[in-house]
Design a protein. Sequence first.
Length: 306
Amino acid sequence: MESTPFLQLQMFLIPLSICIVATLLTNPPILAAILLKKKLRQETRYLLLANTMLSDLVFMLLNAIIAFCNLSLWPLNRILCELAYVGISTGYISAVLTITLMVLDTYLAVRWPLHYLSLLPSSRTIKILGLIWLLAFLFPVSILILIETMDIHPLQHQKMCLILSFGHKPAGEALLTGANIFLLTGLATLSSLILYFYVKLYCITRKSGIWNRKYSRARVTLLFHSVLLLLYFGPGLIFSIELLLYRKELIGLSDRIWICITNSNVLMMLPRALSPALYGLRYREISDAVKGMLFPARVSQIGVSD
C-alpha cells in the first residue's frame, strides 16, 4: 500500500466530485417527479426508471463515502466498510436487473401493444421491483455472512476500504471463486437477454421505417442505451477480471489498487451521472414534470400565454 503514489490517487476525487454533482442535479428531481406525480407513477416504464434512479442514488452515495474516506486518509471501520459494500452491491445489482427489465418492458409494449397493460401493469411492476431489491440484497448479505462465519475478514488489516482479497485461506479462495463465477454468469445472462430483446425489437420494427434515416430517433435511442448498458455492465466485468488476474498473480497489489479506484471512482460513476439525462429527461412527460416542480411560476406563465 505504501508503494502506491497516494497523491496521484487523490486526483481521482476530481472526476468523482464531477459525477456526484451531475448525478445530484438530475437524479433526485426525476425521482421526485415520478413518485409525486400520480400519472407518471401509474406507468410501468416510469416506475422502472424511478427504481433505476433510486438504485443509482444508493450506489453513488455509499460509493462516494468510501472513496472520500479512502482518499482522505480516514479509513472506515471494518464493519461499516462491509455494510457499505452490501449497500453498494445491492444498488448495483438492483440497477442492472431493472435495466434488463426496462428492455423487456419495451419489447412487450412493441410486441403485444393490445395486451401490454394486462401483461405488466403498475401493480405487478411494484411487486417485481420489491423482488428485485430482495434478490439484490441477498447476494452481498450471503457473502458477508459467509465471511463472518468462516472468520475470513478480508478488510481487517487494510488501510483502505477496498475489496482486494478474501484472504489466503482455502475457504477465502473458494468464496472468491464462487463469487466470481456468480458475477460473471449473472452479467453474461443479463447481457444475453438484453441483446436478444434488442434483436427481436429490430426484427419487429424494421419494416416500419423508423430505422431508415441515418439520425432517426430509433438509432439515436439505441446508441444512447448501448453506451449506458456498456457503462453499467462493464465495471462488473472489469472487477471480475481483476480478481482473476490477481489470483493468477498476473498483476500486483499496487496494480489492483489503481484498477479498483479507477473502476469505482470513474467507470462506475459515469452511468449514474449520464443516465438521468439520457434515460429520464428524454421523456417529455418527465421533463415537463421536473420543470413544473423546479420552476412552477414560469410553467404557469407559459400555460397562461398558450
